[in-house]
Design a protein around this ligand. Structure first.
Ligand SMILES: C[S@@+](CC[C@H](N)C(=O)[O-])C[C@H]1O[C@@H](n2cnc3c(N)ncnc32)[C@H](O)[C@@H]1O
Length: 267
């Protein structure tokens, strides 16, 4: 099964993803080191063979390689841009492929990670079964997903404007797989599921980063990167956010959070 057109188009360029990542890194109220918490949760040893499914910008694997990781570092993504982003990084191999049909032999990896990517997979249970298949018996799997109600203010702003422009809103990615239902999904494929919950918020003291973050969400609300509605919707977002900062006192605070879940093949 192929990913939806929207997901493929969204990640043809990694720019919106990079904007969202930078926003979380710079404007989170509490520390937001997602990759660090994943590494801690899996207790990564330097010689572990690690597969990162949906590797995105590649920063996770690039950083591990730069730190002198000794085991195999392998990234996989449906986006050619993601694969290209890891091209030429010594010690890392990148593959174009789908989480639902991993192009690796059974029991190939000691660690498999799926950070902030399960939302996009049409058949999550099939992807989890694939992650389980390629994991060694003593291995560990880690997945990260957001809370279903993350950043409600920005979500409502974008949803209202997109809907007013006549676009039919798709099911938001966070509502399919989220902090509350991932543990149960994992229980049906793995054992020893452990949940680490991180509650946080985005806090902005000026409009520009809110606007950039909101625009970087448009694809998830059914507005494709090449949609003719983009310029008009970008202006509408800008107007609304600037108006809020003109009239409001204090910062724009939007609650958010995620879970890092680990799981194993046997107890
Ligand atoms: C939100 S980004 C997260 C990227 C990275 N894991 C991170 O946390 O920064 C989701 C990534 O999953 C990839 N993706 C979407 N559907 C996929 C699938 N079915 N199989 C593999 N990768 C997929 C996208 O191309 C994108 O790079």
């Amino acid at each position: 099964m192929k990913p939806s057109i929207s997901d493929v188009q969204e990640y043809l360029s990694l720019e919106p993803l990079t904007t969202r990542i930078h926003t979380h890194q710079r404007y989170s109220e509490l520390p937001n080191d997602v990759d660090g918490t994943v590494l801690k949760a899996v207790s990564l040893s330097r010689d572990a063979d690690l597969l990162d499914v949906g590797c995105g910008t590649g920063a996770f694997l690039r950083d591990l390689a730069a730190q002198g990781h000794q085991g195999r570092l392998v990234g996989l993504d449906t986006s050619p841009a993601a694969v290209q982003a890891l091209g030429g990084v010594a010690g890392v191999s990148a593959h174009l492929g789908n989480a639902m049909d991993l192009p690796f032999d059974a029991a190939s990896f000691g660690v498999v990670t799926a950070r902030h990517m399960l939302y996009h997979v049409p058949d999550v249970q099939r992807a989890l079964a694939e992650c389980r298949r390629v994991l060694r018996p003593e291995g560990i799997f880690a997945a990260v997903v957001n809370h279903s109600d993350a950043t409600p203010r920005i979500s409502a702003l974008v949803a209202d404007l997109v809907s007013a422009a006549g676009v039919e809103l798709p099911v938001p990615p966070n509502s399919r797989v989220h902090s509350d239902n991932l543990p149960q999904m994992l229980e049906s494929t793995f054992t020893s599921v452990v949940v680490h919950r991180y509650d946080n918020a985005l806090v902005f003291d000026r409009p520009e980063p809110v606007i950039a973050f909101a625009v970087a969400q448009l694809s998830f609300y059914g507005v494709e990167p090449d949609s003719a509605l983009r310029p008009e919707l970008t202006r509408a977002i800008e107007t609304k956010v600037r108006a809020w900062f003109t009239s409001a006192e204090g910062a724009w605070r939007d609650p958010k959070g995620h879970v890092v879940c680990t799981a194993r093949l046997s107890k």
